[in-house]
Design a protein around this ligand. Structure first.
Ligand code: GLC
Length: 471
């Protein structure tokens, strides 16, 4: 159990970082055991949010390079780490002699250039960064939360940690600006929630051997007592300094880590907080398919994450061939939401904090679509079914059903199968100021459309009130 005095002091010291989710008198105090932690309920804000922005930013954003061999899940797993498309894995790829990443590094920086020599460059470049600009981009995109990598697998920390690393000098592995704190403050003042990512399972300042095979992945989790205390101290520091709305751990956690203590302390500090499923324990608030999604309504809350391209960290080798098209991105979000998921969409900014044109373009287009069609996305819940045909998805909110239809340019009517309108039904195209005409044809609702409600080729949203019968 945590010390009340310390809790109060923590709140005062970090008032600027207070999350939107507030404690209430009825908030239970959590104890460091699985029974107590298991009572935690997923808060409404997270169920309602639907869209978050994931940010991978760190030393790897300086070289910003990886191969473009393919998306996770679409590449032969035995080749994944050698030919890794994840630019944030730069140091691991560099440790694999003869890999494309190794060759790239030698050719660009020379064989004596140690990865941690990127630290002063990163620190210099981040001096230009304006956190408020990011916050307003996220808001304009329609996101309700953001999640920042505070320490990725390379061990570099985006906050002024007081925790000593036994293998590297603090200056080599710590940002000079409090990037996590400044972004937290900016995101919160834009009215969004702020979550933090931390790589608990991997820290390459503690290991020298590269990960080459899938079996290596778990074998490289440092299992020393020293590392367990290091990771515990980091998560505690992040909780106390920033009260993140999301505790987003990666890969797993050292076996000697004090996970129930961390979770209880976190929930007691951040009553509206949520914890992901990558601590390697049975308990979580949500699951995290990566470059993947579920194909049916899944009762347990889930959050799919992916980069706009094949990488999370900025990869300057990526172009339009790798970056998801705007219409596909819109449909991805609709599909995920219809099945009870959130989309945690990743951007990989450059080391100076600028966001590439192609990534900005996708955020802009998604934001423009959501500005018209977001009504049935945000705060919605899945209906009794997610779809009735490959080009239709449903969500439900209050007394309405929302049907999103992958638009076909030039059609004068849209047909939605598997629904029967009840008497007094009104149907409106989102973004329109008038109701649409419709007729019921057997199990099909045929709605006339005079125009598409969003940019051509993107999904069209319809509000059907009251909720029709499912047939
Ligand atoms: C992975 C990767 C990583 C990325 C992440 C996002 O496990 O190792 O580079 O940060 O998950 O989901």
């Amino acid at each position: 159990m945590m010390n009340r005095r310390k809790f109060a002091a923590g709140l005062v010291a970090s008032a600027a970082f207070r999350p939107l989710a507030k404690a209430s008198d009825s908030t239970p105090r959590f104890e460091p055991n699985w029974k107590s932690i298991g009572e935690h309920k997923v808060p409404d804000w997270y169920q309602n949010a639907k869209l978050g922005i994931f940010i991978h930013w760190g030393l790897y954003s300086v070289p910003a390079w990886a191969t473009t061999s393919g998306e996770l899940g679409k590449v032969d797993p035995s080749k994944w780490f050698t030919d890794n498309a994840y630019a944030e894995w730069y140091l691991n790829t560099l440790r694999i002699k003869g890999s494309p990443g190794y060759e790239h590094h030698i050719a660009t920086y020379g064989k004596d250039f140690d990865y941690y020599q990127f630290a002063p460059i990163f620190n210099r470049n981040t001096a230009k960064w304006q956190p408020d600009k990011w916050a307003s981009v996220f808001k304009k995109t329609g996101a309700r939360y953001a999640v920042l990598t505070t320490k990725h697998h390379d061990g570099f920390r985006l906050w002024p940690s007081a925790v000593e690393n036994p293998h590297r000098r603090s200056s080599e592995i710590t940002a000079t600006r409090d990037l996590a704190g400044e972004l937290t403050a900016a995101v919160r003042s834009a009215g969004l929630e702020m979550g933090l990512y931390y790589s608990g399972g991997l820290d390459w300042t503690f290991t020298e051997q590269p990960i080459v095979t899938m079996q290596d992945l778990m074998a490289r989790v440092p299992q020393t007592e020293e590392y367990a205390r290091y990771a515990d101290a980091h998560w505690t520091e992040l909780t106390d300094r920033y009260q993140p709305a999301v505790m987003w751990n990666d890969i797993s956690y050292p076996k000697a880590g004090k996970i129930p203590e961390l979770f209880a302390h976190y929930y007691n500090s951040v009553p509206g907080g949520v914890i992901n499923n990558r601590f390697g324990v049975d308990f979580s608030d949500f699951t995290t398919p990566e470059y993947a999604k579920y194909d049916k309504i899944t009762e347990k809350k889930w959050e799919s994450c992916r980069g706009l391209g094949y990488s999370f960290g900025y990869n300057q080798a990526e172009g339009p061939e790798q970056v998801i098209a705007a219409d596909k991105l819109v449909w991805l979000l609709v599909d995920i939401v219809s099945k009870n998921g959130n989309l945690l969409l990743n951007i990989g900014p450059r080391s100076d904090g600028s966001i590439s044109e192609i990534q900005m373009d996708r955020l802009d287009k998604l934001g423009a679509w959501l500005a018209v069609n977001g009504e049935g996305i945000f705060d919605s819940r899945p209906w009794v079914k997610a779809s009735s045909s490959p080009d239709v998805r449903f969500t439900r909110k209050e007394n309405s059903l929302y049907a999103y239809v992958q638009s076909k340019p030039g059609v004068g009517s849209l047909s939605i199968s598997g629904v029967r309108a009840v008497s007094g039904t009104k149907i409106r195209l989102l973004g329109s100021s008038q109701d649409s005409e419709f007729k019921q044809q057997g199990q099909e609702l045929v709605v006339s459309t005079t125009r598409s409600s969003g940019p051509a080729g993107y999904a069209i949203g319809l509000r059907i009130t009251p909720v029709p019968e499912s047939v």
